[in-house]
Design a protein around this ligand. Structure first.
Ligand SMILES: Cc1ncc(COP(=O)(O)O)c(C=O)c1O
Length: 434
């Protein structure tokens, strides 16, 4: 690793950040009645030590990964960057309510206002910051939909790091503008599996026609980081520290609902790929349930084509295809499960965040599977009522909520939809549905 440096980009600029931008991340591990199962060393099957993770992550993020502190302070430089788009809007969906003929109060928390177009910069900025602070100069990562790769490329540009992204082949081929977005920010983007890594070459030899998967792209990005002492790996979802960074979403939503004179959210819907936007929105609500006895329900909406929560097993598994990551206790379809090339590339992951999995296992989150046609039909209906075109991933949350509104919601019930991103760079996916 290179010597510790404090690049100029890391110093706060010193302007006043509005008090509505959260000052801390919230850690659900502090309030859960049972500890989150630890990640295990794949060789010894013993809980990981910080040293095991050191080749991949900076010590500050490793500390966050295992922390049980309820609140973790957000460095001022990160708050300054967040202030560019945070707090993100919580919008009452009046027109959707009218279109559906519901008397429920429907809100959506809209993360598509971030510069990259989704919730992903909430963690990308934090990860780039802590890596740069420990002297790392290059980050590698995977991306499914391209939203995470674009977000990390943006964060690296803002904080003075190089960024190299392996984009799942299905989405690399179908979403050229995402690659251009990454390149505009100065990132480099490869189609995965690639011939640049040993893992990629082996996968290409075994499955030359593969559409790729997040599990494959993770193997490539991890291998590339491990080989370079100046590089670390950044994961866009799944790990505890990523869930943590995303909790700015739910903390803001709690305040915004109160400002809208709502007592509480009765039910929250979020799409779930690796679990980060769902965790970000819902963990502060679940924490309040646990501490104060509120009764917000949380529903994870996953794709029927990759149903880890509704059909997977809850067990230890690798986070990637090649078996290079630690073992994570999670709902999994098996690390070599290659999902069909659905448009919601960000939901094509065989596993699920260990924290989300634990919360599901303890009964704090329930899960439903939504098929692609239903998701896009809902996304189009939402776009025509509210004007925002949801990302294909977010369409799953919209579909879950709309079904509930049509069949079960009571008058006055407060329903919150996590609208994790916009779909303006995913319009090719909409083409067959309009
Ligand atoms: C807009 C959007 N929503 C949701 C997801 C799924 O990821 P997660 O479950 O970590 O929020 C992605 C992943 O790329 C995404 O781009």
């Amino acid at each position: 690793m290179s010597e510790l440096v404090t690049p100029r980009q890391l110093e706060p600029l010193g302007f006043a950040v509005p008090s509505t931008v959260p000052t801390h991340w919230y850690n659900l591990a502090a309030d859960l009645p049972e500890p989150v199962p630890p990640h295990l060393h794949p060789g010894t099957r013993e809980p990981l030590t910080p040293d095991d993770l050191a080749p991949l992550f900076p010590m500050s993020l490793i500390a966050q990964e295992v922390s049980t502190e309820r609140w973790i302070e957000i460095p001022q430089t990160i708050r300054e960057i967040y202030a560019g788009w945070r707090p993100s809007p919580l919008v009452r969906a009046h027109r959707l309510e009218r279109a559906l003929g519901t008397k429920a109060h429907v809100y959506y928390k809209y993360e598509g206002v971030s510069p990259a177009g989704s919730h992903k910069p909430n963690s990308a900025v934090a990860q780039a910051y802590f890596n740069a602070a420990e002297g790392i100069t290059r980050l590698t990562t995977e991306t499914g939909a391209g939203q995470w790769g674009a977000s990390l490329s943006m964060a690296c540009a803002l904080l003075g790091l190089e960024c190299e992204v392996w984009q799942v082949r299905a989405s690399y081929d179908s979403k050229p503008y995402r690659r251009m977005q990454m390149e505009t920010y100065g990132g480099t983007c490869h189609s995965s599996p690639s011939d640049l890594t040993k893992a990629g070459r082996e996968l290409l030899e075994k499955y030359p026609e593969t559409t790729g998967s997040l599990g494959m792209a993770i193997s490539e990005a991890v291998e590339s980081a491990v080989e370079d002492p100046n590089a670390h790996y950044a994961l866009g979802s799944v790990l505890n520290h990523v869930m943590l960074h995303q909790t700015v979403i739910g903390q803001e939503a709690l305040v915004q609902l109160e400002e809208a004179n709502e007592r509480q959210a009765d039910i929250v819907f979020g799409c779930a790929g690796g679990g980060s936007n769902l965790a970000g929105l819902s963990f502060p609500f679940i924490g309040r349930n646990l501490r104060e006895g509120s009764t917000t329900q949380v529903v994870a909406c996953e794709p029927a084509a990759c149903p880890s929560l509704t059909q997977g097993e809850y067990r230890y598994d690798f986070g990637d295809v090649a078996g290079m990551t630690p073992l994570l206790k999670m709902y999994t379809l098996g690390r070599d499960f290659v999902p069909p090339a659905i448009h919601a590339g960000g939901l094509r992951y065989h596993g699920m965040s260990p924290m989300v999995s634990h919360a599901v296992n303890l009964g704090h989150i329930s899960a439903i599977a939504v098929d692609q046609d239903t998701a896009f039909t809902a996304g189009i209906e939402f776009a025509r009522a509210e004007g925002i075109i949801p990302a294909p991933e977010s369409c799953h949350a919209v579909a879950g909520a709309m079904d509930y509104l049509r069949t079960s919601a009571e008058d006055g019930e407060v329903v919150v939809i996590g609208l994790s991103g916009n779909g303006v760079l995913d319009l090719a996916a909409y083409e067959q549905y309009v």
